[in-house]
Design a protein. Structure first.
Length: 419
């Protein structure tokens, strides 16, 4: 009897991948670097570093302008990167990808361009209590200017959105719902497709902050159904200063330019201008060509690994950390969902009586790098009645050994402060 099974996703070999990241070969304070701050920014593989360096060494030229060899090569590489990024998130058309410096700029683009055209007095925008400041402050400024209203989906004590309250808020007929795909502080993976369907049924458009999702889970913007999707390149192994906004073509075509000047125009007269097609209508001035090329290479790198494998690797790390840290550090306080299937590779924690900044500083003596503070989510920390937290976060190069090193480092923190 022959038994057939479905093929499984090949396991990600983080130990092998670490060789691709030159920064991880160094020592810090006499210890191997244990980098656990990938939610802030990821490290870069050599192929990304080399791609950016090659651009500046070999064909540094402005794009869409120089009809000479290296100018045409730069333009081709820049636009090829756009195609790669579109494919990575399964956008139906690469022209729906607008290059930005980061997710923050992408969200501001929507707030200034779409928001100031569509939000009027009394109009509501629905956000959540877990939003990064980048998906909060732009909407605060917009409703202050337009005399609109902000409403917020609350969370449970373990960091899950209250969809029952969301359903009630939708009765206000908001113009926009904006929320994070994966919380940068708690790691909560939100049910995007379900929330999009609920919002659309109420007549609202949806913007998703994907900064913490695109590097860690398979993102298919067509399947998710959102109207806007923003993300940063530097969190997905790409260069700092790279990122993108995806939006439905009809929305981009109806939106006025965000910034003005060169490149975003087709024809300029002294008293009027005609604007360029999308996406270039939103890419004023000389773009970060090398960074965009690097972002395209990072997309290829993650695609080659397989995002299902990335997700399974980080789920395993979260499960291991949720098991190991409480066993080794019994009085540690952990926050967010305790089910590893509901959270990304982010783990906020505190040690009783020790400030997170002191925790991070002592960990650094052992070469362990973690974040400490409010992680640009001050309202979320207020909701949880926390002044700050320390945060460990993972990526494709993170290993169980890193978590063991974190546990050992935390024991040293306790020894230093508690004797």
């Amino acid at each position: 009897m022959t038994v057939t099974t479905e093929p499984t996703t090949p396991a990600l070999d983080a130990h092998a991948l670490r060789a691709d990241f030159p920064i991880l070969a160094q020592e810090v304070n006499g210890h191997p670097l244990v980098y656990l701050d990938s939610a802030s920014t990821s490290q870069k593989p050599s192929v990304v570093i080399d791609a950016v360096a090659d651009y500046y060494r070999e064909y540094n030229a402005n794009v869409h302008r120089g009809i000479y060899t290296i100018g045409e090569k730069a333009t081709a590489a820049y636009e090829a990167a756009r195609v790669k990024v579109a494919a990575f998130i399964n956008a139906p058309d690469s022209h729906e990808i607008v290059f930005t410096r980061n997710a923050t700029e992408a969200i501001n683009l929507v707030a200034y361009s779409w928001g100031r055209r569509n939000i009027d007095r009394g109009d509501a925008i629905v956000l959540t209590e877990m939003e990064h400041h980048a998906n909060l402050v732009p909407w605060q400024l917009l409703v202050q200017e337009r005399d609109g209203d902000l409403e917020f989906i609350p969370i449970t004590d373990d960091g899950i959105l209250r969809l029952d309250v969301f359903e009630v808020l939708l009765r206000l007929k908001p113009k926009l719902v904006a929320f994070t795909h994966v919380s940068n502080t708690l790691g909560t993976i939100n049910p995007v497709r379900e929330m999009v369907e609920m919002a659309h049924a109420a007549g609202a458009l949806v913007l998703v902050d994907g900064a913490q999702a695109v590097p860690h889970v398979a993102v298919d913007v067509q399947a998710l159904g959102a109207d806007f999707y923003a993300f940063s390149g530097h969190k997905m192994l790409g260069p700092m200063g790279s990122g993108a906004l995806w939006a439905r073509r009809e929305l981009l075509e109806a939106m006025p330019p965000f910034l003005s000047g060169g490149e975003m125009i087709r024809e300029v007269h002294l008293r009027r201008s005609d604007f360029n097609d999308i996406p270039w209508k939103f890419e004023a001035g000389t773009p970060a060509v090398g960074d965009a090329i690097g972002l395209g290479v990072a997309s290829d790198y993650l695609t080659a690994i397989g995002m299902d494998a990335v997700r399974e690797h980080e789920r395993d790390l979260v499960a291991y950390a949720l098991e190991t840290l409480p066993r080794e550090i019994p009085d540690i306080a952990l926050y967010g969902p305790m089910d590893p299937t509901l959270r990304g590779g982010v783990l906020p924690f505190n040690l009783p009586g020790i400030h997170p900044h002191d925790v991070a500083q002592v960990l650094d003596r052992s070469g362990v790098a973690v974040r400490a503070g409010h992680h640009c989510t001050m309202p979320l920390h207020e909701r949880l009645d926390l002044a700050a937290t320390a945060r460990a976060s993972f990526n494709v190069y993170s290993t169980r050994d890193d978590i063991d090193a974190l546990a050992a480092g935390l024991k040293e923190v306790q020894r230093v402060f508690n004797g």
